[in-house]
Ligand binder design. Structure first.
Ligand code: SF4
Length: 305
């Protein structure tokens, strides 16, 4: 399976079956905290990057199995809504199954009226908004030059007005970058206009793209949660524990690979045929257990035993 991964256990979505709609790191942003690394193709052009027929045929096969799946989640290794067939794919999934469909998006393309309509049949949309000023947006998300945060916020507001499903707005806060009083006030005013069902605060707890990225403390996040009010929750997982779907044999395979030479997450993904998002979960857990360690070489992250 090259476009479907998981189900991956997710704190927010339960067992989430991932659907990858674009190739690795095709994205309109290049976020400093991205756990997948630097964006290799920064674009706002919508195209059928991955053939929808292939995605749907793989998905059909997975759904005939007996796995527990709480959400089918369009996400993966780039910005899913860049795939011009997003709407068609959601519609076809809804014909195949009653499992709810979630879309995790960086929201940049919600300025597009066609995309807003395409997302209407989804059950849950989780847009990100990390800054409400152009300055914070550029510092945290390093967007394509044409993207303006004011227009994106308007796009999210316009979408929320017509959308009947649930919307959870995710805000990733990076220490000393987008958590000043002025930035938080601007974000709060945008949130009040968007009116999401939930506001989810996060901070980079997994290894970020840029080594200088700093995590906010749990106590600071609690203060900010109070500032955003009762719809706000913290989703940053400071106490990462082994998860239910963690497979010991996959762990062994990764450890065997690392015993030969230091490798990147992408190397593990290609060698073991696991989706990069799954690899990140395993590597994260192995590092937490101190079974492997991180080594930076020429700006790349290598893991070694
Ligand atoms: S975090 Fe998401 S939006 Fe940001 S660069 Fe990575 S894939 Fe793109």
């Amino acid at each position: 399976m090259s476009y479907i991964f998981g189900p991956v256990p997710s704190r927010r979505l339960g067992f989430s079956l991932g659907v990858d709609l674009v190739p690795f790191k095709v994205c309109s942003l290049d976020c400093v905290y991205c756990q997948l690394g630097k964006t290799t193709r920064k674009t706002v052009a919508r195209k059928e990057y991955v053939p929808s027929a292939k995605i749907l045929s793989e998905l059909k096969k997975v759904l005939t199995g007996s796995k527990i799946i709480d959400y089918i989640t369009l996400s993966g290794s780039g910005e899913p809504t860049l795939n011009s067939m997003t709407g068609e794919i959601i519609r076809e999934i809804k014909k195949m199954t009653l499992i709810p469909v979630a879309v995790l998006t960086n929201a940049t393309l919600l300025t597009n009226d066609i995309l807003r309509k395409e997302l209407l049949p989804a059950d849950l949309v989780v847009p990100s908004l990390d800054g409400a000023t152009q300055d914070a947006f550029e510092r945290v998300n390093r967007p394509c030059a044409s993207l303006k945060i004011g227009e994106i916020i308007k796009g999210i507001i316009d979408f929320k007005k017509i959308y009947k499903g649930k919307m959870w707005l995710e805000i990733m806060l990076v220490k000393d970058i987008n958590e000043s009083e002025d930035e938080l006030n601007a974000l709060k005013s945008a949130v009040e206009r968007i009116k999401p069902d939930k506001i989810q605060l996060n901070t980079p707890v997994r290894p970020p793209c840029e080594l200088w990225v700093k995590t906010l403390s749990a106590s600071k996040l609690i203060k900010i949660k109070k500032f955003f009010g009762n719809k706000c929750e913290i989703i940053a997982d400071f106490n990462r524990k082994g998860h239910k779907a963690y497979l010991k044999d996959v762990e062994e395979e990764i450890l065997t690979l690392l015993s030969r030479r230091p490798v990147t997450c992408k190397d593990v993904s290609s060698s073991l045929g696991l989706h990069i998002n799954e690899v990140i979960k395993y590597v994260d857990e192995l590092e937490r257990q101190k079974k492997i360690s991180l080594k930076i070489y020429q700006g790349k992250r290598y893991f070694q035993k």
